[in-house]
Design a protein. Sequence first.
Length: 205
Amino acid sequence: MTSELVTFMQLGFRHITNLGAMDHILFLLALAAIYRPRDWRNALWVVTAFTVGHSLTLALAVTGAMVLPIRLIEFLIPVTIVATCIENIIVRDRATAPLKGRYRPVFAAVFGLVHGAGFADYLRNLFVDRIALPLFGFNVGIELGQIVVLIFAAAFLLVADWIIRRLRASIAAPSAPGALRLRVLMVSSIVMVIAARWAVERNPW
């Protein structure tokens, strides 16, 4: 039983950290793009909400309680990334955003439902008889993988902040947006273009 649990944990971990799961990785990067190290509590709430969302759909889908069209799900996953990037760009000041930005965990949970369905198609084919243990192990592996992805995302964002501050200082443009805002615009725009292309390619119609 222990070896089976570890096997599914490894499968979940590899599934989220593999470059084949780039759509999920980019979604996490888009979620993380607006946060600074001191905002870790807000980031934690958002990531936890995403976890709850995808875990719920994953459980329903792999047990057969919910049947979802795979082509539609594959299309909706990049759409959630595009929507997250648009929200990043539109909302300039989180303090003055609706509900002071507290809607974002709900936003992440709803999109997590879509991503969970994407995981389910992969996991359903691995079941032999029991469901509970593989499902639990896979979810744990996914979460461990997400932590690793978020650590790398945080490092990437810190490097991006440093580069942006240096460039901003070198061009002596005090009226330019702050480093955080420039980082959000840069990361969100790049991720949005990639995800929009995927959405067009995966259009089920």
